[in-house]
Design a binder for this molecule. Sequence first.
Ligand SMILES: O=C(O)CCC(=O)C(=O)O
Length: 291
Amino acid sequence: MEVGGEAMMRVQALSEAGVSQVPPPYIQLPHNRPQLKFNTSSTSNNNQSSSIPPVIDLFNFKPNCRDLVRESIGRACREWGAFHVTSHGIPTSLLDHIKAAGLSFFKHCPIPDKLKYSCNPSSFASEGYGSRMLLLGKDDPHNEGNVVLDWRDYFDHHTFPLSRRNPSRWPHFPPDYREIVAMYADQMMTLAQKLMGLISESLGLRSSYIEDAVGELYQNITISYYPPCPQPELTLGLQSHSDMGAITLLIQDDVGGLQLLNHNRWVTVPPLSNAILVILADQTELMDSVT
Ligand SMILES: O=C(O)CCC(=O)C(=O)O
C-alpha cells in the first residue's frame, strides 16, 4: 500500500504500514497518557459503590415502571453523569448491523476510496471521513501551542434535522450502509427524546423541559475506528473531552478501552452487549447543575 500524502494522515494507513513506533504528532505529553490500569467492574443495577456507570433497565418505557426508572436515572445523573440502558427498544440486530457496516467500511474499503468521502479538516464537525475531529490541546500550556493527534479515524454523518441529511455523501459500501445509518439515526433520535424526557422528570421538571430548552435537535452519528497501535501507552484513541449538545448515546464493540472521568478518576467502561451508554453532554449537565 502506498503510504504518503493525504493517506498518511489516516491512522489506519500508519497502522497498516506496520510502523513500530508512533510518529511524534501522536505522542501524548506524559500527564495526558492513558492510565491502562483496569478497574474491577460491577454491573449491579443500583449499586452505589459500582465501579462502572449503572445499568438501568428501561422496561421498554412501560408506564408502570416509570417511577422506578426515573429514580435510577436521577441517581445515575448525580453520581456519574452517565449510565447504561437496557430494554431500550432498539433491536439488537440494528446495533449489530451498524457495527458491522462501520467495520466493513473501515476494513474493506480501500483507503483511496475512503478518501473520496473526506471531511473538510479545517471546518469543525464537518461531515465525512477524517482523523482530526477535536482540535483540543493547543491551549494546554504544556503543549506549547501544538495539537496532539488522536489514534483514530472516523466517519461523521449529519442525520438531524432532516434538512442536513444527505445519504449520497455517505459510504456506498457495504451496499446497505446508508440504509442502516438512516435507520439507526431515526431510532436513536427517538430513544434520545424519550431519555431527555425521563432526565427532565428526574429533575422534577416537565418532561419536555430539556428538549424545549435545547431547541431544534441536531444529531450527528460518528463511527470511530481505532486501528491497532504499536505503542498504546503513548497515545489516546480520542483525547479527553466533554460532548457539546444535550445527550450522547454510545455503543461499543467488544474491544473496550472507553474511559469516563468520575470523581477525578478515569474509569474504564467495559462494553456490555446490547446496552447503550448514555452520557450527559454539556447542555444537559449545565441544566442538571442549576436546577
Ligand atoms: O468512540 C468512543 O468510544 C468515544 C466517542 C466519543 O467520546 C465521542 O464521540 O464523543
